[in-house]
Design a protein around this ligand. Structure first.
Ligand SMILES: Cc1cc2nc3c(=O)[nH]c(=O)nc-3n(C[C@H](O)[C@H](O)[C@H](O)COP(=O)(O)OP(=O)(O)OC[C@H]3O[C@@H](n4cnc5c(N)ncnc54)[C@H](O)[C@@H]3O)c2cc1C
Length: 467
């Protein structure tokens, strides 16, 4: 810890991904920076618990390869993203349906072809190689079939409905972000119904997909944020950071100049040129950048708004054998239990389970039921069509204030400069995602650099628009 008399240019409070992203922008512009973190580890909400060789994330597992900040934040060059199988597996009317692969930003024709091809694809994805150089997937096993009789109606309906969805996804992938943000703003659930897509496509695919992407089961989120989430989905692949969610902040922290990040230091008050810590007294500086979660930020600066939050619970099980082949993300469209989405995570990223073991991670959105353990187990048995009685419960991570809610009207670029020398960032200033948190850190650091009269190494205009 710097001596109390020690002076640094900028003190950042909080070593979540927003604070670490800001630290990279500042240090790469030659500004002396220290990041003070109350917890004994970096990463904030992007933390990973280690249990018996399993790596168990606190956050739900949905990053997107198309998030611009994952490519442009200094320090993330070594990040390996493990994609889920292309497209999605949806559990609807008691059986699995493989859904359209996003176009990846290609033409509407490409998306349409993909949607048609997938209409006749096997319903369970085959194992795939993910990152270049990644080991092959574990050998295929016979996939248990759901116990309920197959339904005749797929959530997307016939070929025409599938083509319509493919074209809609391609359109959204090709629409510039600024045009998405100019659309009228409604609650996402309401806006979905007005998109001219058949109700079964909306209820059977888009609603569960968006609920999962936004951590919002009731889709009260602004339709602009929902469009951004669909835009990112349609342009990339859903993915996990190899090794666990904490790999991302650890890479960021590890690439900063030695001694920049100090853990186990709780900040108790801030002003434009001074922070006070519980453990080490005061530190003077030219600027303070507050990079905590929204509630901690409002405790340190009482004028700041505390948004409502979406609670999220992540339940991790070790299964005696994989209940599904391949690295698919399985979404629930039937809503017959608490699980919104689930995956055999050890298929997506084998480093997250000891050799020969199977890790299944499942996400519950909203307030969890009282009998969470039993109801999740029963629901997973339905979703995978396999008995779950012998599955070992590894961890339940409940986060009441997981994701700041983004109801309309939502300001996607809330101001990060409070006054010269005092800045605030975090997912609550942008979108409530890893992308939003990283981007807010960049914006706040650039505001601080502008006040210090320093031009950032990489300007905002030179970057692609952030989702
Ligand atoms: C269960 C769950 C599921 C999620 N699912 C997804 C998802 O699927 N996709 C996605 O993109 N995002 C998801 N998110 C959101 C994503 O994790 C967050 O948006 C992002 O991690 C926020 O980063 P941050 O740096 O803004 O804040 P935080 O990670 O909260 O970091 C703030 C840091 O400040 C520190 N701090 C607080 N007070 C003080 C103090 N007084 N002194 C010093 N340090 C302090 C905290 O300890 C913390 O380390 C999920 C989050 C949760 C919890």
């Amino acid at each position: 810890m710097p001596e109390p008399a020690h002076h640094v240019d900028v003190v950042i409070v909080g070593a979540g991904v927003a604070g670490l992203s800001a630290a990279h922008q500042l240090t790469s512009a030659g500004v002396t920076t220290v990041v003070l973190e109350a917890a004994p580890y970096v990463g904030g909400r992007m933390s990973t618990e280690k249990v018996d060789g399993f790596r168990l994330d606190r956050i739900g597992q949905l990053l997107t390869t198309s998030y611009p900040e994952l490519r442009h934040t200094p320090g993330l060059d070594a990040l390996v993203l493990r994609p889920f199988a292309p497209g999605l597996l949806v559990h609807s009317a008691g059986r699995h349906h493989r859904m359209a692969e996003p176009s990846g930003g290609r033409s509407a024709r490409g998306a349409l072809t993909a949607a048609r091809a997938l209409a006749s694809a096997p319903r369970v994805p085959r194992p795939v190689r993910t990152a270049p150089g990644a080991p092959p997937r574990p050998p295929s096993r016979t996939t248990p079939r759901p116990s309920r009789p197959p339904s005749r109606t797929a959530p997307l309906g016939g070929a025409l409905d599938q083509a319509r969805l493919g074209a809609a996804l391609a359109r959204i992938a090709a629409t510039p972000v600024r045009r998405l943000l100019a659309r009228p703003e409604l609650p996402a659930g309401q806006a979905l119904s007005a998109r001219g897509l058949p109700a079964r496509t909306v209820e059977g695919f888009l609603r569960p997909l968006l609920s999962a992407l936004l951590c919002d089961p009731d889709l009260t989120t602004s339709s602009r944020c929902a469009d951004l989430a669909l835009h990112a989905f349609a342009r990339g692949r859903l993915c996990l950071p190899e090794g666990g969610a904490d790999a991302l902040p650890e890479l960021l922290a590890g690439a900063l100049p030695p001694g920049t990040v100090r853990t186990g230091v709780r900040v108790t008050s801030v002003s434009a040129n001074r922070v006070t810590t519980a453990e080490h007294g005061e530190l003077t500086c030219a600027g303070v950048l507050l990079a905590t979660d929204a509630r901690a930020a409002a405790e340190l600066l009482p004028g700041l708004r505390v948004p409502p939050f979406h609670p999220v619970t992540v339940v991790h099980h070790a299964a005696p054998e994989p209940p599904l082949d391949g690295p698919a993300l399985l979404l629930d469209a039937d809503r017959e239990g608490p699980v919104a989405h689930t995956a055999v995570v050890s298929h997506v990223d084998p480093t997250r389970a000891p050799a020969g073991r199977t890790l299944v991670s499942s996400t519950v959105l909203g307030t969890p039921p009282d009998d969470l353990e039993r109801s999740v187990r029963d629901h997973l048995a339905k979703l995978y069509g396999a008995p779950t009685d012998r599955w070992e419960l590894l961890a339940v991570h409940r986060t009441r204030e997981a994701v700041p809610a983004m109801p309309p009207p939502h300001d996607l670029r809330r101001p990060v400069r409070l006054l010269a020398g005092l800045y605030v960032c975090g997912d609550h200033r942008d979108t409530s995602t890893v992308q939003g948190a990283l981007h807010s850190g960049r914006r706040a650091a650039h505001a601080a650099l502008a006040d210090l009269g320093i031009r950032p190494a990489c300007t905002e205009e030179s970057l692609p628009a952030a989702a």
